[in-house]
Design a protein around this ligand. Structure first.
Ligand SMILES: [Mn+2]
Length: 378
């Protein structure tokens, strides 16, 4: 009575991807395509079930077209049963996304709204632990009874924060505590978790991994580590150490880079770094100082990068563009109005009272200079 399943969670369908800019649409589409890939993997690997540990939707008022797209994908893969629980993003109850027809009427898809153990395969019992309240303070694992004397394989499905683990601080204020000690106490064979977006295997005192976060199937943010996987889990028999294999489902690759300008006179060094980064979505922090003359080259370089990637986000907060009144063009060829602005700006920079005022005036000078350059180009 071996049990083979895929463990997944946090599809976050309908996530807007704030801060992703023009890449948001592509990321949203990728989440759907990766679900299709995941369910194809389930078929190829011949699993007995797919266990989905919550937050499959980003929110309960997600757009109909997203729900319908998810429903269509699930219906395309109807041979393998899928068992899911609501997470803190997609609670069951009135107004739940799970009440909509597109995802509510499938024989192979089971949303477990209650803590009711169910036989999901021969000799295999699932203990669903749905999230009932986003502020839940009760450890839902505490109610799992002592299963040590039962010869069947027992797997639990839960969503929350595993206590005592040092994870990234995602969703501060959400209290869904899960004590890993309940796995050993109850004799669970496996605890399939959701809520954290990166893949994590958690070993018990005996060194055996019986607890894992599968992470999201398609990365949602730069800070996520090892996101974009599904876990293939094999349990040979009751109390046997589970065998875990991470399978890649994510399509998009992400990276985060910081670049500091150090007396650079051209953008070659930055370009070299960018050429070495093949990731689809890149977050670039620029730091240091550049002369005003370099700014146009920098902007061209960034525009080209943006064109060849799914997404590029540039954080310029650490970058200073150096300018002074001498860098303002000579007035001879300017019309009188522009010459007057140039003169006033130069005087104001000279007379600037503090760093902040000077910084603002230099920014104005920079914009003025850019305006002149664009005027000259026609
Ligand atoms: Mn969650």
């Amino acid at each position: 009575m071996a049990f083979r399943f895929l463990h997944t969670s946090d599809w976050q369908m309908g996530m807007k991807g704030s801060g992703l800019g023009s890449a948001a649409e592509a990321v949203s589409r990728a989440r759907l395509e990766s679900l299709d890939r995941l369910l194809t993997l389930a078929e190829e690997k011949g699993v007995d079930a797919v266990l989905a540990a919550g937050d499959l939707f980003e929110k309960n008022d997600v757009a109909d077209e997203i729900v319908e797209a998810v429903g269509a994908i699930l219906r395309r893969h109807s041979a393998i049963p899928i068992h899911a629980i609501p997470g803190n993003h997609d609670l069951a109850g009135p107004g739940s996304v799970w009440n909509r027809n597109a995802v509510n009427d499938m024989e192979h898809f089971h949303l477990h709204r209650d803590f009711e153990p169910v036989d999901i395969a021969e000799g295999v019992v699932l203990h669903p632990c749905p999230v009932k309240s986003i502020h839940g303070q009760k450890d839902v694992l505490a109610d799992i009874p002592d299963l040590t004397g039962d010869p069947r394989i027992h797997v639990a499905l839960a969503h929350g924060h595993l206590l005592g683990q040092i994870f990234d601080d995602h969703e501060k204020g959400v209290s869904l505590p899960l004590d890993p000690a309940h796995v050993e106490r109850s004799g669970l064979d496996f605890l399939a978790l959701g809520h954290w977006h990166g893949l994590r295997r958690v070993a018990g005192a005996d060194g055996v991994v019986r607890i894992a976060y599968s992470g999201t199937h398609e990365q949602t943010h730069w800070r996520e580590r090892e996101a974009g996987y599904v876990l293939l889990v094999d349990i040979e028999k009751k109390a046997a150490p589970p065998h875990l294999e991470a399978l890649r489902t994510g399509a998009l690759t992400w990276s985060r880079e910081a670049f500091r300008f150090e007396e650079d006179r051209h953008v070659n060094r930055l370009q070299e770094l960018l050429n070495g980064r093949t990731e689809d979505i890149l977050h670039l922090s620029l730091e240091g100082e550049i002369p005003l003359d370099l700014e146009a080259d920098l902007e061209t370089c960034l525009r080209n990068e943006e064109a060849r990637r799914t997404g590029l986000l540039v954080d310029r907060r650490g970058l200073r563009i150096l300018t002074d009144d001498a860098s303002l063009p000579e007035g001879a060829q300017l019309d009188p109005a522009l010459e007057l602005v140039r003169k006033r700006l130069a005087e104001a920079i000279d007379a600037a009272g503090d760093d902040e005022e000077r910084h603002i005036l230099l920014e104005a000078a920079r914009l003025y200079r850019r305006f002149l350059t664009e005027e000259a180009r026609g």
